[in-house]
Design a protein around this ligand. Structure first.
Ligand code: PFF
Length: 496
């Protein structure tokens, strides 16, 4: 296995791939709703605090350690402390679980790209999505009802992923990111530009930005801001770590972090403008207040948007395919990042080539993902998403703070990172954040998320959550205890 197969061709490839990972469904379907339902304009205060207090310092830490070790997440964590190797596999496996359910959403969206060409969802998009397409059932008996259309669309997605991922890093992911990420921004700009000209756009926008300052005293909106930023920037997922380990020796990681966080926020705020202009238009047409139209998640993309396209006349034949294609690109560039941490860790421990590892993981992922091509699929997806995002990943951020900031000792990175930085210089304030403030804050959000899951969950959901949790821990344990095949598994050179 030659090392240069896992190296970016240029700093630009690294930045674009990172932006591609960050900009995803969270920016399109989650952020607009979070902004609206947490104080509108007033939300910007916790949001900006979350970016500066958490996202940027934490990303610098993740990048710094990844860059230092120039090796996979599992290998580096083992090097930091062999008894923590379990953590080194826990996060890459969690992120791989995200990949498997992201492939289902990508599959649904692929179908909508085609449907949007002729408004194939019919007069009632809600009934089409839940009853005709997903044939959604909230009983586990739905597992026996297989939906071939969704399966085919998901397999198309897996083939595209394989085509890009099995190649050498720069030839596959690097090149593709440099093309798709700018394209994603351009198409989004066109959609938003058009949406802003729609009659009624101002209704949606004034609803969106109308600040509710009283909410600033409410702890929930601070939690929402931190939660959104963790999800949106893919923090604590070992992705930033892995991408930084692929960089060459001359990277200015601090400046890169700022560019990536800025691009991610730009995209999600653009997306909020687009979503609310369109909802304003819809409100004007139907006299339904914007507050009754806003929604998030699959409801926004696969129900609210098609409903708007139905009343938009012929423009919908352009805007519709553009919109669903944007969602596809955003999902694709994110999903490509979710396989990298596990793949690189496996390559390192078991001496397998990138090509072979990717092919095996993609086949395994594709097979497991077929659960989501059943009537019970969308229900399981909701359970898994909630468990991974509200529990596993937040836990990952806390663990990374412990392993990287405390055990590895973040202070070791300061001189080196500052010597490359053309912008901000790190100091004691950074250590204070990554060692104390961040783990404390995230632990509070984690407990909040846990209570949310436990309070809102049905018995069925709890059973499935326990199964997913057991699988996650079981697979993690397996990777940890399997003996290494690679002779240099314990051999790492540090760069700083
Ligand atoms: N950051 C992505 C988004 O905002 O949609 C979501 C995401 C990507 C989550 C990659 C997890 C992940 F591993």
């Amino acid at each position: 296995m030659s090392k240069d197969k896992n190296e970016w061709g240029s700093n630009l490839s690294f930045i674009f791939a990172m932006i591609g990972s960050a900009v995803g469904l969270g920016n399109i379907w989650r952020y607009p709703y979070v902004l609206y339902s947490n104080g509108g304009g007033a939300f910007y205060i916790p949001y900006i605090v979350a970016i500066f207090l958490m996202a940027i310092p934490f990303l610098i830490l993740e990048y710094g350690v990844g860059y230092n070790f120039k090796s996979s997440f599992a290998k580096a964590v083992r090097k930091i402390s062999p008894k923590w190797e379990f953590i080194g596999w826990f996060l890459p496996v969690s992120v791989f679980i995200i990949m498997i359910y992201y492939s289902a959403i990508l599959g649904w969206d692929g179908i909508y790209v085609i449907l949007s060409l002729f408004k194939g969802w019919g007069a009632d998009p809600n009934a089409y999505f839940t009853t005709s397409l997903l044939q959604a059932s909230d009983s586990y008996m739905g597992l026996t009802n297989f939906i071939p259309l969704i399966a085919v669309s998901m397999i198309v997605g897996w083939v595209i992923i394989w085509f890009i991922s099995h190649r050498d890093l720069e030839k596959g992911l690097g090149r593709v990111s440099k093309i798709l990420v700018p394209l994603l921004f351009i198409i989004m700009l066109i959609i938003v530009g058009f949406s802003l000209t729609l009659p009624g756009a101002y209704i949606g926008l004034s609803e969106l930005f109308h600040p509710d300052w009283s909410l600033l005293y409410n702890f929930d909106i601070w939690m929402a801001a931190f939660g959104q930023i963790i999800f949106s920037l893919s923090l604590g997922m070992s992705i930033a770590f892995t991408y930084a380990s692929y960089t060459r020796d001359d990277a200015d990681l601090i400046t890169n972090t700022i560019s990536i966080a800025f691009a991610n926020s730009l995209f999600e705020n653009f997306s909020a403008l687009g979503v609310f202009s369109i909802l304003g238009y819809m409100s004007l047409q139907t006299s339904v207040p914007v507050a009754d139209l806003v929604t998030q998640g699959t409801g926004l993309v696969f129900i609210a948007y098609p409903t708007v396209f139905n009343v938009l006349g012929n423009w919908a034949y352009i805007l519709g395919p553009l919109f669903f294609f944007t969602v596809y690109l955003a999902g694709l560039t994110s999903i490509l990042s979710t396989i990298e941490p596990l793949s690189f860790s496996i390559q390192n421990k078991f001496a397998l080539s990138r090509k072979k590892t990717m092919s095996i993981l993609i086949i395994v992922g594709a097979i497991i993902s077929m659960i989501y091509a059943t009537s019970f699929g969308s229900t399981i997806l909701g359970y898994v998403d909630m468990f991974i995002n509200q529990i596993a990943i937040l836990f990952g951020v806390i663990l990374e703070c412990i392993v990287f900031a405390w055990i590895f000792k973040a202070e070791k990175l300061i001189d080196f990172l500052n010597s490359k930085s053309k912008t901000i210089k790190l100091g004691k304030w950074w250590l204070l954040i990554v060692k104390y403030i961040l783990p404390t804050f995230v632990s509070i959000i984690w407990v909040g998320g846990m209570i949310d899951v436990l309070e809102g969950a049905s018995v069925q959901q709890l059973i499935f959550t326990v199964i997913v949790c057991a699988l996650l821990l079981g697979v993690t344990l397996l990777f940890t205890i399997l003996p290494a095949k690679n002779l240099d598994w314990d051999d790492i050179k540090e760069r700083t």
